[in-house]
Design a protein around this ligand. Structure first.
Ligand code: PDD
Length: 278
């Protein structure tokens, strides 16, 4: 199962990056996680658009053209029949001669990409949903950049796991931002809503897809700020991400969400989503 590193396909054990790589020393890089089902990518172009935007925001030069990215990703997942897989791809600013925050010009970015199987969703999730906790959003104010500096997300996932929860939903000044590794949807007073795109959250490709599918199926929604109180009183809460699709949250900080079962609107969205990705 070879991975891609700087132009070569190599076995993982032979893939080496210098300790002077800025990704290693500074977390100075960006990434994407792109799902594929039955050998077909879901949201390939939006993922590559977001990669370009993240690179531009951090002023890292784009190492590959669009057609080269497509060819690389296709090669990594192989030709059908193949299992459902995601591709992880990462670009760091590259290897600099000194550990200096200020990076000299002319450094070549480091490009890493590999494919891994997507675990099928456990049947218990559709039956019982998942648990979440809430925490203040302690991250920096450029959440729209898919940066590899993920210390806060690592800490939030740890705290969730310690509370027997899957994910931490974060809030800033009383407003829900997103999950540590997912976006958040809420159903309250019969209305589906999700926080609008901003610098406080990652513009999730799955979030965007769920909104598009909602539109196409006549499900009304609003992109509007969601208060933490609204989250706590919600009838349904969903999480969305490329590797986990759209998940129903049935416990929040140990309390039941709605009647404690995955809600009817989630069931509808999940059916639409499963149908779309097939
Ligand atoms: N995480 N918000 C954050 C902070 C994320 O890290 C992610 C994805 C999302 C959902 O985005 P998308 O629908 O484009 O996957 C939202 C990936 C899967 C990860 O870090 O593994």
């Amino acid at each position: 199962n070879e991975l891609y590193l700087n132009g070569a396909f190599v076995p993982p054990a032979e893939a080496c990056v210098s300790v002077m790589d800025r990704g290693f020393l500074f977390g100075d890089g960006v990434y994407e996680v792109i799902p594929s089902y039955g050998g077909r990518f879901l949201g390939l172009e939006p993922h590559l658009d977001r990669l370009d935007a993240s690179l531009a925001a951090l002023r890292i030069q784009t190492p590959l053209g669009r057609e080269d990215w497509r060819a690389l990703l296709r090669r990594l997942i192989g030709t059908p029949p193949v299992p459902d897989q995601y591709v992880y791809l990462q670009v760091t600013r590259g290897v600099a001669p000194e550990r200096d925050h200020l990076c000299p010009e002319g450094i070549e970015p480091t490009v890493l990409a590999f494919a891994r199987p997507i675990k099928p969703r456990a049947p218990a999730i559709a039956e019982q949903g998942v648990a979440c906790i809430t925490r203040p959003d302690i991250r920096w104010l450029r959440g729209e950049i898919k940066s590899i500096s993920l210390a806060a997300a690592v800490l939030m996932r740890r705290e969730a796991a310690d509370a027997d929860a899957l994910e931490t939903i974060m809030h800033r000044d009383g407003w829900v931002t997103e999950g540590a590794v997912s976006n958040v949807f809420v159903v309250a007073d019969g209305a589906l809503m999700t926080p609008p795109k901003s610098r406080w959250l990652l513009s999730g490709i799955t979030r965007e897809l769920a909104l598009t599918l909602a539109r196409e199926h006549g499900i009304e929604y609003q992109e509007r700020p969601v208060a933490l109180d609204t989250l706590r009183a919600a009838d349904e809460i969903w999480l969305s991400s490329s590797t986990r699709e759209v998940l129903p949250v049935t416990r929040l900080d140990g309390e039941r969400v709605g009647d404690g079962r995955p809600g009817p609107l989630w069931r509808r969205m999940d059916a639409i989503y499963q149908d779309y990705k097939a």
